[in-house]
Design a binder for this molecule. Structure first.
Ligand code: CDP
Length: 218
């Protein structure tokens, strides 16, 4: 079973996807980490994130072992990731790795922006997790403060809006719910409620469409 989780920044995709993977005993790929790792390579080498050829070369040179680096989870790495993610050449270079992961025997859970639309259009279940920009900014602010960072809510809200615009506005694989995705608005839900709602969506999809008496009787 392939489970595709997409949605905007700080919507809670990662928390949900990791819990679903544990629950259904499936491998999990946080595809944002790929873009974050490419952004880090660019920054480490003093290259320009606006340069498509340099960014694509770093994407092709990426070693999956680099995904374990804890600094990739940081807020600044996310900003940089969204800058190199606009280049079609970068997205193309990262596609085969993601597709192979999705199509492992037994399936997988992947989260990102374009899993249901581009990486695994054949996913068994597609969930588009979203929440208002204010709620997402509040969650991100609380998360950073819990880690001891001094952050300003208004600045985080600005960045989230900027990232939404960049992710939704790019020409290749923009942030968009796949036509067959179930939209899960988490604005008023806590993590447990989001998880319960997602499990219900997956169980319903697994049962398949209801069989009508006519088709059973032939
Ligand atoms: O959840 P959050 O947005 O903080 O981080 P993320 O999922 O790690 O994504 C970081 C950035 O990588 C996003 O803003 C996107 O621009 C990009 N990304 C993408 O373009 N496609 C993906 N499948 C995953 C991430």
């Amino acid at each position: 079973m392939i489970i595709a989780i997409d949605g905007p920044a700080a919507a809670g995709k990662g928390t949900l996807a990791a819990r679903l993977a544990a629950h259904f005993r499936l491998p999990y790929l946080d595809t944002g980490l790929l873009y974050r790792a490419v952004g880090k390579r660019i920054a480490d080498r003093g290259l320009d994130p606006g340069d498509p050829a340099a960014s694509a070369a770093e994407a092709r040179a990426l070693d999956p072992d680099e995904l374990a680096n804890p600094t990739l989870r940081g807020h600044d790495a996310g900003e940089l990731a969204s800058r190199i993610a606009v280049h079609p050449e970068v997205r193309e270079a990262l596609l085969a790795f993601q597709r192979d992961f999705a199509h492992r025997p037994g399936g997988a859970v992947l989260d990102g922006r374009d899993i249901g639309s581009t990486v695994a259009p054949d996913a068994d279940v597609k969930i588009f997790v979203t929440a208002s920009a204010e709620v997402r900014a509040r969650r991100r602010t609380d998360e950073l403060r819990a880690k001891g960072r001094e952050v300003d809510f208004a600045r985080i809200l600005d960045e989230i809006r900027g990232r939404d615009a960049r992710d939704a506005g790019r020409a290749t694989a923009p942030l968009l719910a796949a036509h067959d995705a179930v939209i899960l608005d988490t604005s008023t839900l806590d993590a447990d409620q989001v998880f319960a709602a997602a499990v219900a969506i997956i169980e319903t999809a697994r049962r398949g469409p209801p069989v009508s008496p006519d088709s059973v009787l032939g």
